[in-house]
Design a protein around this ligand. Structure first.
Ligand SMILES: C[S@@+](CC[C@H](N)C(=O)[O-])C[C@H]1O[C@@H](n2cnc3c(N)ncnc32)[C@H](O)[C@@H]1O
Length: 209
């Protein structure tokens, strides 16, 4: 949560869902310290899918499927990559219980290889995998998106550390430098029209030009 004072918890609370399955998934993530999208980010993913009428979405970093579920509920068919077998299996179970098994293609595969195996066009790409892989995953995603498609990238503000320059939590100096460079490259990218927003842990939302 990066918004200061009372604003962060207020926004967080308003965007929380009363959905029991999502609540169970968040409890699971908390217990096992698995990083997943914050509720405002999840809602925004669903909104973005709806407004763009995204049919085909691709995701890097399934974890246990919180964001995958949001994208699928937003109406997209989601291809999602994860390398951790236990997380992948948990996601398969949750998406099946959500009645969305036929809307997702959950692959136990590294994103570099996985993205290279896909055929364009995709309507939306969500990047939320390993931070050291962001630059190459974003490049691969841009190549898969149709003109007018959306690129969405999570954790671009890294708990605010990219602004303060002070390491905190999982974000060390190397992460901060990489994050700052990535944000500058996103807004300068001639193939994108990108906005860096303070949703969740910082969400970049970009139209593929
Ligand atoms: C931040 S979590 C994803 C959270 C998920 N998007 C959500 O909000 O529900 C990042 C995930 O990327 C996975 N990961 C790490 N390296 C990967 C790779 N090369 N390809 C795909 N996934 C990877 C990690 O195992 C981890 O579960």
């Amino acid at each position: 949560m990066i918004l200061h004072g009372a604003v962060g918890p207020y926004v967080h609370g308003l965007n929380e869902d009363q959905d029991p399955l999502l609540a169970e998934m968040y409890d699971h993530a908390d217990e096992e310290k698995i990083p997943v999208v914050e509720p405002p980010t999840g809602r925004m993913l669903e909104v973005l899918c709806r407004v763009t009428r995204a049919h085909r979405a691709v995701e890097v970093g399934t974890a246990i499927g919180v964001s995958t579920l949001r994208l699928a509920r937003g109406g997209a068919h989601v291809t999602s990559f994860e390398v951790d077998e236990l997380r992948h299996e948990a996601a398969v179970g949750y998406l099946s219980r959500a009645g969305l098994a036929d809307r997702v293609d959950l692959r136990l595969q590294g994103a570099d290889e996985g993205l290279a195996s896909l055929e364009p066009p995709f309507d939306l790409a969500f990047i939320d995998g390993p931070k050291q892989g962001y630059a190459s995953h974003i490049e691969a995603a841009i190549a898969l998106l149709r003109p007018g498609g959306l690129l969405v990238v999570d954790n671009v503000l890294m708990s605010g550390t990219v602004a303060t320059g002070i390491p905190a939590g999982p974000w060390n100096r190397e992460n901060i430098e990489r994050g700052r460079l990535l944000n500058e490259q996103l807004v300068a990218n001639k193939r994108l029209l990108a906005a860096i927003t303070p949703i969740g842990d910082g969400l970049a939302i970009a139209a593929r030009l």
